[in-house]
Design a binder for this molecule. Structure first.
Ligand code: GTP
Length: 326
């Protein structure tokens, strides 16, 4: 069985970090978010098909080096084709029931259970289903008592929402669904294809635990807190990192970092970051190999890879772009 992982988006909401790293490779708990997804795949999956476009060479290089326990075929999409067009573009590799999964979802879904659920239905497809309090920010659907999807609604007004069940971003599909997607065109699976499948048997698989869409900086923090909580740790310090100062809760320090007598709280330092003495880093993400000199304050900010912050600066509520981007 194949699992298609959608990895071709530009990740605009995660800029400036995605100027230099494709979103699927951004680290959560010191591991690219796409690896969290791959590690969840159930035994029947014997190959990952990566539908990629933006910064595809970085994805290729990563999977040539990394041991992820499964073969990963990185397939180039000549231009971004949307979630449906991306799956159509890898059609030649899909000849039996397959998974399609977003690369930026961190969740506790049990994909084995999901597959068993799917096999028990007469279905052409299934969508993972998650309950939220704020359905107006998402695409929602309605299930009947047998978990069959009856109808969809995109970002409803709060008073119009007919359910709190959102599309959680893991699909199981039959190859015949591919016949409904025109080739070479930008097509949204969620908006254009799923509504067409309602009469043919489309099911929603509900699960409990946690679900975080890591497409936004705020959800990046949420995913970090959720996973730290899940593993019962207050913070995480990467291998070969040296910390003299104080690392408070909900903070992740990457590998090969150096932190002097400084205080880091609710922040994420990517690998190779150097922070000298007297700094306060709060509620911020610091990109790869950034250097922060003495007595710098960084609050509510995102600092690009390789940024150099001189002594005494105060950065509050800013996104510092990499030098090469205007
Ligand atoms: P934003 O620009 O911040 O909205 O991020 P994004 O481009 O990643 O879009 P979004 O978060 O909606 O994407 C959800 C998932 O679909 C992610 O795993 C993306 O990598 C993937 N995705 C989005 N658009 C495309 C596309 O055109 N082609 C492919 N192959 N994947 C896509």
């Amino acid at each position: 069985m194949k699992a298609v992982i959608l990895s071709g988006g530009f990740g605009t909401r995660m800029r400036p970090l995605t100027y230099t790293t494709p979103k699927p490779l951004l680290p959560i708990l010191n591991k690219p978010m796409i690896r969290h997804v791959i590690e969840q795949l159930p035994d029947p999956v014997d190959e990952v098909i990566l539908a990629a476009n933006y910064k595809i060479d970085m994805l290729r290089d990563y999977f040539e080096e990394a041991e992820v326990g499964l073969p990963v075929r990185v397939v180039d999409e000549p231009k971004p084709l949307g979630t449906g067009g991306a799956v159509k573009n890898v059609e030649e590799y899909l000849d039996e029931t397959f998974f399609v999964i977003n690369s930026d979802i961190i969740s506790s879904i049990d994909l084995d259970e999901y597959l068993e659920f799917y096999k028990s239905k007469e279905a052409v497809g299934a969508i993972s289903a998650w309950e939220v309090d704020n359905p107006e920010e998402f695409g929602i659907f309605e299930l009947n008592g047998k978990n069959k999807i009856l109808r969809f609604q995109e970002k409803p007004e709060p008073w119009e929402a007919f359910s709190n069940t959102i599309n959680a971003g893991h699909y199981i599909l039959e190859p015949e669904v591919l016949d409904m997607i025109p080739p070479g065109e930008k097509v949204s699976m969620e908006d254009e294809i799923f509504p067409l499948l309602v009469d043919d048997g489309l099911y929603g698989f509900e699960f409990q635990g946690y679900w975080v869409d890591c497409g936004r900086p705020s959800s990046f923090f949420e995913a970090t807190e959720t996973l730290l909580d899940y593993i019962g740790e207050e913070n995480l310090i990467g291998d070969r990192s040296f910390v003299e100062g104080e690392v408070k809760e909900n903070t992740v320090v990457g590998v090969d970092c150096t932190v002097g007598k400084s205080t880091i709280s609710r922040s994420i330092l990517f690998d190779g970051v150097e922070i000298d003495n007297g700094c306060t880093i709060e509620n911020s993400i610091i990109g790869y190999d950034a250097i922060i000199e003495d007595d710098v304050t960084v609050k509510d900010s995102i600092i690009s890879d390789n940024t150099y912050l001189e002594d005494g600066q105060e950065i509050v509520g800013k996104k510092i772009k990499p030098d090469e981007v205007d």
